[in-house]
Design a protein around this ligand. Structure first.
Ligand code: IFM
Length: 437
């Protein structure tokens, strides 16, 4: 790596991230069914109809995975907790095995000197709640607060930080407008409701945790840089709107008490009743903000209903996801979020990394280059005054890449999905070396 730990201030947190459904093995330990199980079981939704039933079997291999994190030299581990593992029906009686599992995970991290960074929800909604309308139902904020209470009463005293929801754009837009993720809807009203309720649920969870005395609470948004596909005013406008519902909508709700006007031109007619009165709840004071950043998009206008635009391929080198490599976007967002929204709050890069078709024992130089370029962009932002407090690599290990199944490998550690053997990649070794220097 072309950076080392000594380039960063004392206390800077280097972390790696995963999420529950992507690694744990959802069939183990008494977890209830989630909408990802049913989405994956529906033909055409997921490559080879793969699901998270076994995933990386982290449920049984947690100790080995914790040892790998420690040997890597990380300061922290960002993981998520499965709502359906803790509350198999989404509400009601907790699954003690599920709570015990997260309890052991937190203690195992602390015993190894690693800070537990928790995300409460990373997309696997319990099916009984999906049956009630899931993110379209305003009651989800209360269901989510109840889940938060059960979980935080068990582990909230020992965690380093907590964010309620990973990537609200994915919960709202990707899953209800584009239909690419569970529940696979393509409906603008469902989208507007989900995008708003994901933020009211965030607010209720923060309120709940403050009342319980849980410390260091934040939010995690994914951001994508939008380039106009050409020089026309229409393409400029299209890219601006993409930036609006992708980036400015959630940050606006969280930090400015308002949604962007250009986005509301399309969404306002479909919003849930009384949405205008929810910003005090949504805008609960936070202790930090996390940015997940991977790529940029090229946006072109098209004929048709709002938002009347589409993505077109761009010219830059791409990852296995076909995502262009554009580290300048990370630099841009760190400055932009700090200056326009968070204004001095500590920022974290809560996810960054690339998928590559890695095989065991093949050096993953492309990933090393990608991480070097993005960490350099973040360091540049720090020299320009951004209070960046940590950097998280996605992902600790190869895992279930949702609708794309197990093919897309984001890990610093290779996972053989037949034997479930773990093998650190060259990027793991390079990072480990950087973190000792
Ligand atoms: O794998 C996902 C993760 O679940 C959320 N952020 C982006 C990653 C790569 O697509």
């Amino acid at each position: 790596m072309n950076f080392s730990r000594s380039d960063f201030p004392a206390g800077f947190q280097f972390a790696a991230a995963t999420s529950s459904y992507q690694i744990e093995g959802h069939q183990f330990g008494g977890a209830g069914k989630t909408h990802w199980d049913t989405f994956a079981a529906t033909p055409g939704n997921v490559v080879r109809a793969e699901n998270g039933a076994i995933a990386c079997d982290h449920y049984h291999r947690m100790e080995e995975d914790l040892d790998l994190m420690q040997a890597l030299g990380l300061d922290a581990y960002r993981f998520s907790t499965s709502w359906a593992r803790v509350l198999p029906e989404g509400r009601g009686t907790p699954n003690q095995d599920g709570l015990d599992f997260y309890d052991r995970l937190v203690d195992g991290l602390l015993a190894r000197g690693l800070n537990p960074m928790v995300t409460l929800y990373h997309w696997e909604l319990p099916v009984p709640l999906a049956d009630l309308g899931g993110w379209r139902n305003p009651d989800i904020a209360h269901w989510f607060a109840d889940f938060t209470t059960v979980l935080m009463k068990r582990i909230g005293d020992r965690v380093f930080s907590v964010a309620p929801i990973n990537e609200p754009w994915c919960v709202g837009w990707l899953s209800h407008f584009m239909g690419h993720h569970a529940p696979g809807m393509r409906d603008i009203r469902a989208t507007a409701h989900a995008m708003h309720h994901v933020l009211t649920a965030h607010g209720r969870a923060i309120q709940t945790m403050r009342a319980l005395g849980v410390k260091n609470l934040g939010a995690v948004c994914n951001l994508e840089f939008a380039h106009p596909a050409n020089d026309s005013a229409k393409a400029e406008e299209a890219a601006r709107l993409y930036d609006g519902y992708y980036n400015r909508f959630f940050l606006g709700g969280l930090f400015q008490g308002a949604y962007p006007e250009d986005v509301m031109e399309g969404l306002a007619p479909h919003m849930p009743k009384g949405w205008e009165h929810d910003f005090d709840l949504i805008g609960q004071p936070l202790d930090w903000c996390g940015l997940n950043y991977y790529t940029c998009k090229r946006i072109a206008p098209v004929e048709g209903p709002w938002p009347a635009h589409d993505e077109v391929p761009g010219p830059l080198p791409k990852t296995q996801m076909d995502w262009e490599i554009y580290p300048q976007g990370l630099h841009h967002f760190l400055i932009w979020v700090h200056e326009n929204y968070t204004k001095g709050l500590p920022l974290y890069v809560t996810e960054n990394g690339m998928a590559h078709p890695d095989q065991v024992d093949v050096p993953d130089q492309a990933r090393i280059d990608y991480l070097n370029a993005h960490v350099a962009a973040a360091r540049q932002a720090m020299t320009e005054g951004v209070p960046l407090a940590g950097y998280t690599f996605w992902s600790l290990m190869d895992n279930y890449e949702w609708a794309l199944g197990y093919e897309k490998r984001f890990g610093l550690i290779h996972v053989d999905f037949d034997t479930l053997d773990r093998t650190p990649k060259a990027s793991y070794h390079a990072l480990s070396d950087a973190l000792t220097r």
